[in-house]
Ligand binder design. Structure first.
Ligand code: PLP
Length: 412
């Protein structure tokens, strides 16, 4: 960090402060993680200096002797890790990856069917404010009002009625496994492509702690920076028959030159994700989420679907008499960082919904185990019991900062 310090002390200080925040707080945002020093170093490497529009062996600029090898390595590792026929590692992030899939298969005005945003779908699954909702006829499916679970029968009926070209499975806030075979059957019945967006749970898939959509779906998109613990980026995995359409849609359809430093960091992350250590990590993530779910339920918290199969929990705070935003702010002040989140059929406004979303991926990366998750549950309960007790919140923040000293995160 010496160069940043002497060139731009303001940014240096801010980076140091953020590093301290990431060290001293219990980070429970379900989409976040801590990458390794190796991933950080690749991200900060001179590969950022190179332009490489096109694909290995077919570039539009010279000087690709090394970059082609980097990209081929990232692709080979991703194919091996997920058992995919074809992989494109160039998408800048999860949102452009999804847009590229639509560009590959749809014309403006075509119908897509995805999970509704307030039920856990992503903006790019057809939300009205997103390009996916503006340029396409976006239909959305809801979760079951009784159980909070995906209602496959209702989705089948909806698909029969609206005849989508693409059905999207995947979420940002659903605490259970998805039955990819059921989605496959529905897509086949209505002649739709099945796209799975595994942005949140890709790491669990890599570690076999979650069923894999890769053999079942036509196209799978994912970010690489959530449970997969790589750099900010994304990739698209697909059947060989769609390879040319996907590659053309990413470049030149949506993007220009790939971010080669990110591609290298992805390759490093995929190597890490193929180890036994990572596999064990993903199973611990799931265990830790279950432990936290159990202790919160014991304290009377209302968990959507009554628990979790994956890395995240969705909590409806209605019975605790506090809104999601006030809760998330009080918890953050105490050193427990998470986000407010809508719950299915939420009667409150989207910018102050009824719930909070809690994820176990980041804390598990820094070594939290079962007993530590029980402690986290106690702290959450203490804060939510007295969210306006500033002295209590300061005490918990100090306890948490001291507790966190025993768990140095990767990369810091
Ligand atoms: C996070 C996420 C994305 C988008 O990722 P960005 O990198 O933030 O653009 C897409 N789909 C799902 C389901 C996500 O959770």
């Amino acid at each position: 960090m010496e160069a940043i310090k002497s060139t731009d002390n303001e940014i240096y200080e801010l980076i140091k402060l953020e590093e301290k925040r990431q060290f001293d707080k219990v980070r429970l945002i379900a989409s976040e993680n801590y990458v390794s020093s190796a991933v950080l170093q690749a991200t900060g490497s001179v590969l950022t200096n190179k332009y490489s529009e096109g694909y290995a062996g077919k570039r539009y600029y010279e000087g690709q002797q090394i970059i082609d090898q980097v990209e081929r390595l990232a692709i080979a590792r991703a194919k091996e890790l997920f058992g995919a026929e074809h992989v494109n590692v160039q998408p800048y992030s999860g949102s452009p990856a999804n847009i590229a899939v639509y560009l590959a298969f749809l014309k403006p005005g075509d119908t897509i069917l995805g999970m509704a945003l307030p039920h856990g779908g992503h903006l790019t699954h057809g939300a009205k404010v997103s390009i996916s909702g503006k340029y396409f006829k976006a239909e959305s499916y809801a979760l079951s009002r009784e159980t909070g679970l995906i209602d496959y029968q209702a989705i089948r009926q909806q698909a029969m009625d609206c005849r989508p070209k693409i059905i999207i499975a995947g979420h940002s806030a659903y605490p259970r496994f998805i039955d990819f075979e059921r989605f496959r059957a529905i897509a086949d019945e209505v002649g739709a492509l099945l796209m799975v967006d595994m942005a949140h749970f890709a790491g669990l898939v890599a570690g076999e702690a979650h069923p894999s959509p890769v053999p079942i779906a036509d196209v799978v998109t994912t970010t690489t920076h959530k449970s997969l613990r790589g750099p900010r980026g994304a990739m698209i995995l697909c059947k060989e028959e769609y390879a040319a359409a996907i590659d053309k849609a990413v470049f030149p359809g949506v993007q220009g030159g790939p971010h080669n430093n990110t591609t290298a960091a992805m390759a490093v992350a995929f190597k890490e994700a193929s180890t036994k250590e990572f596999r064990d990590y993903t199973h611990r993530v799931v265990e830790n989420a279950k432990t936290l779910a159990g202790t919160l339920m014991k304290h009377g918290f209302d968990l959507i679907t009554g628990g979790s199969d994956n890395h995240l929990l969705l909590v409806d705070l209605t019975n605790k008499g506090i809104g999601g935003k006030a809760a998330a702010k009080a918890l953050d002040a105490a050193g427990l960082v998470m986000n407010y989140n809508a719950v299915p059929f939420d009667p409150r406004k989207p910018n102050d919904p009824s719930g909070i979303r809690i994820g176990a991926a980041a804390v598990t990366s820094r070594g939290f185990k079962n007993g530590d998750m029980l402690q986290v549950g106690e702290w959450i309960n203490d804060v939510i019991s007295e969210p306006e007790n500033e002295r209590l919140i300061d005490e918990i923040a100090a306890d948490i900062a001291s507790f966190c000293k025993d768990f140095p995160p990767p990369g810091l």
